[in-house]
Design a protein around this ligand. Structure first.
Ligand code: AMP
Length: 288
């Protein structure tokens, strides 16, 4: 696996690959890799000639400086995992290599309100920071395909929106959520949970599945209220949101027969850690 720290070296290498007609799959990450990240690398390996992964803990998407400071950094382990997965190129830039004009969000993005709800409502400017860094990385890597996890579904929608509105020539691929044995969605932040909280956090996926099973029979507001109560009853668990929404635009749903796909999406805080999860319900599974 080739490792690059500067954008010029990486771009020169990628230029050579493109000249040879090779396709490039790109997996942007913030490191502290786990099986979820590696599943994205594996998907890219299946359909692209070369796979590029980036590890960059992007300061502009953190609202809380202590969250940025606490973000786990495990580069040596990450490199070993990427090599084992057959990743071809790793890009690990320093902050200065990405932000030569200063570490601030200096571009205005209009996501039609998609960025101010759910995760955006408690983390203002978070998605502007994500969009800024992914746009910069896409300009550097110029991949054919961009691999993103369903786990960060709102981020996936926003980045798809960014690609469309800026006419970026890349195809997005959404990869399924990898889970721990008890159903907890894998996340670099899970490492910060105590053993007990991590075990109890299995309730999030169980509750999502229960909500999905009720979708054709129980009113949406009742599904949401029951789900929130069932997670909140665990000591030190607090639901930020648990909603059944239109999967295309994250708008509330009055009548499930009016939408194509639904998403049940939640964010739960436990032990000072924010856990995200969701479940997509395809239109075929909604009975009218
Ligand atoms: P992160 O390093 O947290 O920014 O995540 C990098 C990419 O990995 C994003 O596209 C995430 O959605 C994806 N990802 C994170 N956790 C998982 C998971 N449990 N399963 C699949 N993809 C994931």
């Amino acid at each position: 696996m080739l490792i690059f720290k500067t954008r010029t070296d990486l771009m020169a290498q990628l230029y050579m690959l493109r000249l040879k007609g090779q396709t490039i799959g790109f997996v942007p990450t913030m490191g502290a890799l786990h099986t979820g990240h590696i599943s994205l690398i594996e998907s890219a390996k299946k359909s692209d000639d070369k796979v590029v992964c980036s590890i960059f803990v992007n300061p502009t998407q953190f609202n809380d400086p202590s969250d940025l400071k606490k973000y786990p950094r495990t580069l040596n382990k990450d490199i070993a995992m990427l090599k084992k997965a057959g990743c071809d190129i790793l890009f690990v830039p320093e902050v200065e290599a990405i932000y030569d004009e200063g570490v601030i969000v200096n571009e205005y993005f209009d996501f039609n309100g998609l960025d101010s709800k759910l995760e955006g409502s408690s983390r203002p400017s978070h998605f502007a920071g994500v969009a800024q860094v992914v746009k910069l990385l896409l300009e550097i890597v110029e991949p054919h395909k961009l691999y993103l996890g369903q786990k960060d579904y709102q981020q996936y929608l926003i980045l798809s929106n960014l690609i469309k509105s800026h006419n970026l020539q890349v195809m997005t691929v959404m990869c399924p959520i990898m889970r721990e044995e008890n159903g907890l969605a894998m996340s670099s932040r899970n490492e910060r949970l105590s053993e007990e909280l991590r075990k109890n956090a299995g309730i999030i996926y169980l509750t999502l599945k229960k909500a999905a099973s009720q979708i054709n029979y129980v009113p949406i507001d009742e599904i949401e209220t029951t789900a929130i109560a069932s997670i909140n009853q665990l000591p030190d668990f607090k639901v930020d949101y648990f909603k059944v929404l239109d999967a295309e635009n994250l708008e509330p749903v009055n009548q499930i027969s009016n939408v194509n796909n639904l998403i049940i999406i939640t964010s739960v805080i436990t032990g000072g850690v924010r856990l995200l999860d969701n479940l997509l319900i395809k239109s075929d599974d909604i009975s009218l």
